[in-house]
Design a protein around this ligand. Sequence first.
Ligand code: AMP
Ligand code: MG
Length: 401
Amino acid sequence: MSKTPLMPVEDALYQLLGMANEQRLADSELLALDDARGRVLASDLVATLDLPPWPNSAMDGYALNLADLHRQPLKVSQKVYAGQAPDTLLPGTCARIFTGAPLPPGATCVEMQENVEVLEDGRVRFLQPLKAGQNIRAQGQENRVGDILLRAGKRLGPFELAVAAGQGLAQLHVVRRPRVALLSTGDELVEPGQPLRPGSIYNSNRVLLGHWLRELGCEVIDAGILPDRPAQTRLKLEQLQVSADLILTTGGVSAGDADCLGQVLRDSGKPLLWKLAIKPGKPLTVGHFGTVPVIGLPGNPTSALVTFGLLARPYLLRIQGVEDVMPLSFMVNAGFDWHKPGSRREYLRVKLEAGRAMLYPNQSSGVLLGATWADGLVEIPENSTHNLGDPLRFIPFNELF
Ligand code: AMP
Ligand code: MG
């Protein structure tokens, strides 16, 4: 075993984000809102409309000019539904008005219908004290023309897309998809649906990472399974580098399988980042093949999960222009004792129960099932021990998508 010091997780992240900053994707495409979910906005979204575009009623009720209140009961001179254009309010009258309907010019407040008495002759008496502006949504109270609503680099989810829709936009300019070649390495791997050979296992990483990449806005180039042979690995990377922005591999990075990918990347002459102080995931390897970045994740599914989520994910978001690439995390109390200090930062699969992080019983990096049970990862800092109830940082899994 080599005694190279392990690289702290922050240093690896810093270097990866540095690489990503140099590799930011410049091209964009125009997409319909329905197709833009999970993509990254390519240019600032500037408001071309005041919202609301005109003052409107926040209630079903009656609109009046407060100056007319002393003349009540007031006659109802018009009815305004949402979607209609009102007339100017006749002096000494009120208007029947419904939620979202434009306020008639001249009206200064709206009273909700529950607080009025409608007389037999149809006139309206106001039963409660009234205030100017009440129950009126002012023009531009959400935004004004010219406001920057969303900045370039914003990831688009339902909220952001709805804001664009509110401005009348049917399409948005988004950063083009990163093209990620996904390669599983390992002589033992067989694709699901195929018969299992003696000594073989099914390839779960391709499905895990394929879906995750697409969630992050990437186009996946499925490069299949590769045996553990440096010559074949080199050949495959040569093919993939033509079309890929990133080559993402699993397996073949630990010393045990002859570090097949590491051997090939070392030849490229660019510095290699590997052996991280992270558990699971120590053998993560980052380098270049030609000019194309390569991230080599460890083969154990949980190691691949942790290193992809904490390191490859921020990289993939940053090349799309996202600034804020770190998952939201918060402190929770340990639901366990931890008396095994380690030189690597450890990420454990946990479920939150009454605010406490409960450990999945089997934390082996080969066990993927724990991730389906867990709500997220809890972080055990290097060289630390913890008692039941101690605060630990928790990263919810849904923050990693
Ligand atoms: P490696 O990083 O290649 O040394 O692999 C570490 C462990 O993960 C071995 O037990 C492999 O069989 C397993 N493994 C590697 N690749 C995959 C994969 N794509 N799906 C499931 N298990 C894998
Ligand atoms: Mg292997």
